[in-house]
Design a protein around this ligand. Structure first.
Ligand SMILES: [Fe+2]
Ligand SMILES: [Fe+2]
Length: 270
């Protein structure tokens, strides 16, 4: 009788991972290769019109956009490998093995694209801090929450925005692929976080609220940060940026709520 109960309990625990395994299968099906991008058929980034000075300024702006995305994916490699290493559940390890490969492939694609677009530009200091906050977080629940529930969901609209303003380029193609991949990363994180939070006490929930309150102001700074090359566009875009940011942050809070986290303690920076 007792043995049966133990087996039943184990089976139930494993069944909770069905969601994570679904994303593992999906990730394998969606895998693509850097060589699949339209290199040589389409321009790497929008070419721009007008004088040489104007074109050079546009190119610098695009190099800056690409640099931030490269930086984000290099950091994502570190975070995904940390999750692969520390997640105790075999189902989660299977899934994270695909995420490490995804983030490495994203990095490879950005490196190639930046090379074709004329080289790297300035790094975003806030993005480094965001990544370190996740890498240094104490618990697995916090790491999955910060990285997959929040960050990977919040950047998807940004890929869509870049794709919309770079029609007919390799960059557009890449951003469309990344929006799908990060949708899977986010979905898998939600599924895993749900398992991790099952039966978790109030203290775990409180650490997540604290983690969100540390992440959100920094995410806002990252979202509104503009390097020299994009300052001229930053001023024009500020209102749109703030509106998008507000929507993104509210969405993040809704997601946290759907995981059963008491979000009344979360403070929005806007
Ligand atoms: Fe990525
Ligand atoms: Fe990702």
């Amino acid at each position: 009788m007792e043995t049966e109960q133990v087996i039943d309990q184990e089976r139930e625990e494993r069944e909770a991972f069905a969601g994570v395994l679904r994303f593992y299968e999906l990730a394998k099906r969606q895998e693509w290769q850097v060589r699949d991008l339209p290199w040589g058929e389409l321009p790497p980034i929008p070419e721009g019109k007008g004088s040489d000075v104007r074109k050079a300024r546009r190119r610098d702006m695009w190099r800056s956009v690409l640099t931030q995305q490269l930086q984000a994916d290099m950091l994502a490699c570190e975070m995904a490998s940390q999750l692969l290493n520390i997640a105790p559940d075999p189902e989660a390890k299977l899934y994270y093995s695909t995420m490490v490969q995804d983030e490495s492939r994203h990095t490879e694609a950005w490196l190639k694209l930046i090379h074709e677009a004329g080289g790297m530009a300035e790094r975003d200091p806030y993005l480094d801090s965001l990544a370190h906050m996740t890498l240094d977080a104490d618990t697995l629940e916090e790491k999955v929450f910060l990285m997959q529930v929040f960050y990977e969901r919040l950047i998807i609209p940004r890929f869509r925005m870049i794709a919309r303003s770079s029609r007919g380029t390799v960059l557009e193609d890449l951003c469309n692929r990344l929006a799908i991949d990060d949708g899977i990363h986010h979905g898998a994180g939600m599924a895993y976080e749900r398992v991790l939070l099952e039966g978790a006490g109030r203290s775990v929930h409180m650490t997540l609220v604290d983690a969100a309150n540390r992440l959100l102001p920094l995410f806002a700074k990252h979202a509104l940060w503009r390097p020299k090359a994009r300052e001229f566009i930053g001023a024009l875009m500020r209102e749109t940026d703030i509106r998008m940011l507000k929507e993104d942050l509210e969405n993040g809070v809704r997601l946290a709520k759907s995981l059963g986290v008491d979000v009344s303690g979360i403070e929005l920076p806007y």
